[in-house]
Design a protein around this ligand. Sequence first.
Ligand code: BMA
Length: 345
Amino acid sequence: MQLADKNAELQTKILFERIREIPNKGIAFGQQDATMYGINWKPKTATSKLKSDIKEVSGKMPAIHGFDLGHIELGASSNLDTVSFDLIKNHVRKLNKKGAIITFSWHADNPKSMGTSWDTTSVVKTILKGGSERSKYESWVARLSTFFKSLKTSKGTPIPVVFRPFHEMNGNWFWWGEGNCTPEEYKELWRETFYLLKQNGVTNLLYAYAPNIMQSSEEFDLYYPGDDFVDILGVDIYNYGGREAFINNIQKNLAILKEKAIQKNKPFALTETGNVNSGSEPNWWTKSLYPGIENSGAAWVLLWRNARLDHYFSVYSEDISAPDFKEFARLDELLFLKKIRKINY
Ligand code: BMA
């Protein structure tokens, strides 16, 4: 099986094979920023032992760890959520050593207006080859590349990671999203960014393409940059429409991904999810999330971040869903760090 990056490091190829093996064992559990902060805590120092709300509740560390690179493009020292990039690197190194799998999203600012990712000022065309903001965009990808190349073990071996840029493109909220550029421009943005990363010597990435909830399999194809530019298929789904709709959406969307994944011979994952009504659904884990992902063939499920009490998507020790999470985490199908480590690490 060829990766999108034909010059990928051996470590990158091994990571891909590990990911492909996961569905034969179960589904890996992940969270965004799991070790960076949680409800009412932050790591004290860079040398503190890794902590996570998930572990506090269940005794188990997530297997998949997501981080965001928004503002790396600006040369900033911390990301859009004020998480330090040095601390991210430190945790990536520690987590990689424990056998965890790392995935990065990129909430990049709008290169034209310099507003946030959610600033939908028309911009994609201007950063493609020949566009007025091209040189700025190239300098942004250069900074991104420097970051990826700096991910190394203490012995200097490259740390392979998943990169999931320009996500939820079938929604209209990001500058790279639906209505803010054409599907052709989107695909070109993806491919040109891929080539820039390669030109800059980045060889430790698996590329993940992840729309938001899809109504049809055509919606997946509309923005898909092509089999030669993607390694992992994903989808982001939250429970805005209530329990039944959430379960149906996950089942339907993972079935779409599974069909594509078989055709393309690539793994797939629920790359973002979370309870938007956290704090009010005691049995969300076993009665909402699990029925959606059970036996789906997905490699992982990644819960979004536990930022603060009015913005958290999973569970913490005092949470109403904590007892249910313990039950969920005990299911044989759910794979946490120790089990993932055993998969060819
Ligand atoms: C979003 C929210 C934002 C955050 C962004 C990147 O979905 O959680 O608060 O800035 O992700 O982490």
